[in-house]
Write a protein that binds this ligand. Structure first.
Ligand code: PBG
Length: 307
């Protein structure tokens, strides 16, 4: 009766990595317990999560280097690994909520989220690619599209393309306040998607800025976002709270790869109580105001009945 915050299975979104091949399952070295799955195994993994009550999945592709190019053309190619994965999961589990990631980096030979020219990111030219990618995801069966690229104007651009093509039911979960963070390291290992040169500081946010998140939130809301996401979660709980207090849209937070890796590493060394630390972290994100929590801990928490 006096506990102020509740955390439930319906708050959780489980990120899943997809890899080419058959019967493939490879663990991410820096993320113990997290695997890249070929589509056949991905279906098994989704099924076992659904049996635990987990229904929302965010898919990310590991793309072979030979398929990468400066314009990320693999990202919207018919029959690509990612588009097949979306369609297969949706076909076998129509009641699953499929969230897809829109950004160039897994498919870009530059490893950036936008087109690179002379060392600079071309914001407006990138929108066209993001639009094609988002439309391809919607056509494959995505329920929610999550643009993680941080280009300016992409939410409105993608919304217009989806609506013009009859996908007005597909929602947009915007990475609204995505910081240029060191905590994405293990994720870039998982996808082999690290920038080949430079960094992402010209489009991801400066960790020193809080008020700027409100500008991003206002723009995203006006452009038609359905969710506002803060990422990473833990070093930015103040930003989660800020968006919760100053906006009307649901707030999501991404408990990212590096945050997961820290707990796993410490637990493996016997330096902290993994169950308590994990549940404290998830509850803190919920307490700060997020109702949607993307977390690599999601499945384990349910499997081990910690929740
Ligand atoms: C790429 C993307 C990243 C993550 C989600 N989408 C990495 C990045 O921006 O370099 C990170 C997720 C994580 O660390 O768990 N657009």
């Amino acid at each position: 009766m006096v506990q102020e915050t509740q955390l439930t299975t319906s708050n959780l979104i489980f990120p899943l990595f997809v890899i080419a091949g058959e019967r493939a399952k490879s663990e991410v070295d820096s993320m113990p317990g997290i695997y890249r799955y070929s589509i056949d195994n991905l279906l098994r993994e989704v099924e076992s999560c659904m049996n635990l009550g987990l229904r929302a999945f965010d898919l990310f592709p590991n793309i072979d280097d030979t398929l990468k190019d400066p314009l990320a053309s693999e990202s919207y190619r018919e029959g690509s690994l990612y588009l097949r994965a979306i369609a297969e999961v949706k076909k076998h589990f129509p009641e699953a909520c499929i969230i897809t990631d829109v950004a160039m980096d897994p498919y870009s030979s530059d490893g950036h989220d936008g087109i690179v020219k002379n060392g600079e990111i071309l914001n407006d030219e990138t929108l066209e690619i993001l639009g094609r990618m988002a439309l391809a995801h919607a056509q494959a069966g995505a329920d929610i599209i999550a643009p993680s690229d941080m280009m300016d104007g992409r939410i409105g651009y993608i919304r217009r393309i989806l609506d013009a093509n009859g996908h007005n039911q597909v929602s947009l979960m915007s990475y609204t306040a995505k910081y240029a963070s060191a905590f994405y390291g293990p994720f870039r290992d998982a996808l082999n998607s690290a920038p080949k040169h430079g960094d992402k500081k010209t489009y991801q946010m400066n960790p020193a800025n809080q008020r700027e998140a409100l500008i991003e939130a206002e723009l995203d809301a006006l452009e038609g976002a359905d969710f506002l996401m803060v990422k990473p979660a833990l070093a930015y709980l103040d930003v989660v709270k800020l968006l919760k207090d100053h906006t009307q849209l649901p707030v999501a937070a991404y408990n990212v790869s590096g945050e997961y890796a820290m707990i796993k590493a410490a637990a493996r060394n016997g330096w902290l109580d993994e169950q308590r630390a994990t549940m404290e972290v998830l509850m803190s994100i919920r307490r700060a105001g997020a109702t949607a929590i993307l977390s690599y801990h999601a499945k384990e928490v349910l499997e081990k009945k910690w929740l």
